[in-house]
Design a protein around this ligand. Structure first.
Ligand SMILES: [Zn+2]
Length: 189
């Protein structure tokens, strides 16, 4: 599965960081976990190349407790915009755990947010688990309503369920009341 696309990540939108901090606080004392997605800097009106983290995608079915969060990997959409991850450490420790390091190879940037979830209580890491810079950028997100108000339709589209529905329909057997119905093609053998 092609989960992550490599592109230089030049920062995170301030609104996106605040959203993740608030979500982490609301999830406390359990861990918060999500995938990061981005927009090209030029799309956001910046005069430079690169990708800005603009979006946090929480995977349906994610279970969490105070020390870990488990993502159902079969629920992760095949999303080429996913560029990393964010999760919280309710104990406030901003260092990645061994389990974290084992997953950081997927994606270019990984954010750990710690209790008490203020603006200074986070750190970004690279694939190797080394701290990296992630400037907070004051940019206007392209579509605030779409960002905060998901409809079920949006979620289905994200998960590719539209295609899945078609497949299920095709697989449904047609009614066969007398049990010996044959398709035309088979009758002509
Ligand atoms: Zn962790």
């Amino acid at each position: 599965m092609r989960l992550f696309r490599s592109s230089e990540i030049i920062g995170i939108a301030a609104d996106t960081l605040d959203f993740a901090l608030e979500a982490s606080e609301e999830t406390h004392p359990n861990e918060y976990m999500g995938l990061l997605r981005g927009e090209s800097a030029r799309t956001l009106g910046l005069d430079r190349d690169g990708t800005v983290v603009t979006d946090v995608l929480v995977i349906p079915g994610t279970r969490s407790n105070p020390v870990s969060a488990t993502v159902k990997t079969n629920m992760i959409p095949n999303d080429r915009d996913a560029i990393g991850s964010v999760h919280s450490h309710p104990n406030g420790v901003l260092r990645p755990s061994d389990a974290d390091l084992a997953t950081f190879g997927n994606g270019d940037v990984h954010i750990i947010i710690g209790h008490p979830y203020e603006r200074r209580n986070w750190q970004a890491y690279d694939r190797q688990g080394e701290p990296r810079q992630l400037p907070v950028l004051d940019v206007d997100l392209p579509d605030d309503e779409a960002f905060f108000d998901f409809t079920q339709e949006d979620i289905d589209a994200e998960l590719g369920l539209t295609e899945g529905d078609d497949a299920v329909e095709d697989a449904t057997p047609e009614p066969d009341p007398d049990g010996d119905d044959r398709r035309d093609g088979e009758e002509r053998r």
